[in-house]
Design a protein around this ligand. Structure first.
Ligand code: MG
Length: 386
């Protein structure tokens, strides 16, 4: 029987690549639900091509336009956050690909896991912000959450079925982004265009800037902590500019097992879709002949975001929600040319320091912390630009 898939966030970078992989895998993979934020035109094209039973747009007006566009087509159209949750719990879906960007992607993931669905997780915020909550609810089951992030997909493959007490630590690789080796002084005048030119990966704008500041790697530390039940001290970030080793697991006997391939998100996406099987893929093969790999320690003086993420993770409670929210606001202002690159961590740090955390938060407390941190960050940025 075909594997039936719902994609939350199908018009984004990961969503579009997921559809490309599904198309290449053939009829054994069927799309039953597609959701997006507001891109009605692209979603309509995807619906016509992949013929899901359900299509959802978060934006109500865009959803009305989509319904108009798809008149007479056998596909139910829904809107809003409830629509996203409906897709996340769609009875016909065997696998939910969670590729919405940002904190709004968390509630659908929570709903999917609560409904016992298997989730291919590309929405980082679900674990960064909601990891503690998911853990408290007993929803962090390794057989139900299949990471799509390339590093975590690598770690999952390297771990295999090894019990946690055989793991000494993991090596989480980071390309270092476009500014690897730059000093804080050199980073002063960085423009959005420079930050968006990632050397190895093609991704959305927000995550590309997060890669340049190393905040993305900080988020991935939190992700790894929750996905694999690790202590923070067991997660080592290592700069690896070639993005060939996607991460590695070091076992208690000193063996290190790594996963290597060309940097191409279609591979971890396909891994998550075909899990627990493997299938042939269209990803270009890696030849080890002439393949040079280098590794070094991250420069946390030039890139303080990594340390901020470790701190927020160690403190827990609502602090990771503030880390995420303040960073999102700071990055948006940086992209609009209203905040200096070096001030992204300054804003995030100031918001974290001012936060009065709630421990073991529920969803409402997480949302409140998220709103508070956004407000604080905006306020602070407005003051800084005076
Ligand atoms: Mg990654």
């Amino acid at each position: 029987m075909a594997k039936r898939i719902a994609i939350l966030g199908s018009t984004g970078s990961i969503g579009q690549q997921t559809l490309a992989v599904i198309a290449s895998l053939g009829p054994a993979y069927q799309v039953v639900a597609l959701t997006a934020g507001q891109n009605a035109a692209l979603l309509a094209d995807q619906v016509r091509r992949f013929q899901p039973q359900l299509a959802v747009l978060s934006d109500n007006q865009a959803a009305a336009a989509l319904a108009q566009e798809l008149q007479g087509f056998p596909c139910r159209v829904e809107s809003g956050a409830e629509g996203q949750v409906l897709a996340a719990t769609w009875p016909e879906a065997d696998l939910i690909v969670a590729a919405l960007v940002g904190f709004s992607g968390f509630e659908p993931v929570l709903a999917a896991l609560t409904a016992g669905k298997r989730v291919a997780l590309a929405n980082k915020e679900s674990l960064v912000v909601g990891g503690e909550l998911l853990a408290a609810k007993g929803l962090l089951k390794q057989e139900l959450i299949i990471p799509v992030d390339s590093e975590h997909a690598a770690i999952r493959q390297c771990l295999g079925s090894a019990p946690p007490d055989q793991v000494y630590q993991i090596w989480l690789t980071a390309s270092g982004g476009p500014f690897r080796g730059w000093t804080r002084e050199q980073l002063k005048a960085v423009t959005p265009e420079q930050a968006l030119a990632h050397p190895n990966w093609r991704m959305g704008a927000k995550i590309t800037v997060d890669s340049a500041t190393l905040m993305n790697k900080g988020f991935e530390v939190l992700e790894a902590r929750w996905l694999f039940g690790l202590h923070l001290e067991q997660i080592r970030v290592v700069i690896h500019p070639q993005s060939i080793v996607h991460s590695a697991v070091e076992f208690i006997d000193g063996s290190i097992i790594a996963q290597l391939s060309k940097p191409d998100m279609r591979l971890p996406i396909q891994n998550a879709l075909t899990f627990p099987e493997r299938q042939e893929s269209r990803v270009e093969r890696l030849s080890l002949f002439g393949c040079e790999l280098s590794f070094s320690e991250p420069d946390t003086a030039s890139f303080p975001c990594l340390d901020l993420a470790y701190k927020a993770c160690a403190a827990g409670g609502t602090l990771p929600a503030c880390l995420n929210a303040a960073n999102e606001i700071a990055v948006a202002h940086f992209l609009q040319g209203e905040l200096a690159f070096n001030d992204i961590p300054v804003v995030v740090d100031a918001v974290l320091q001012k936060h009065d955390p709630v421990y073991l938060p529920g969803i409402e407390q997480i949302k409140a912390a998220d709103r508070w941190a956004r407000r604080e960050a905006r306020h602070l940025i407005a003051k800084m630009s005076k």
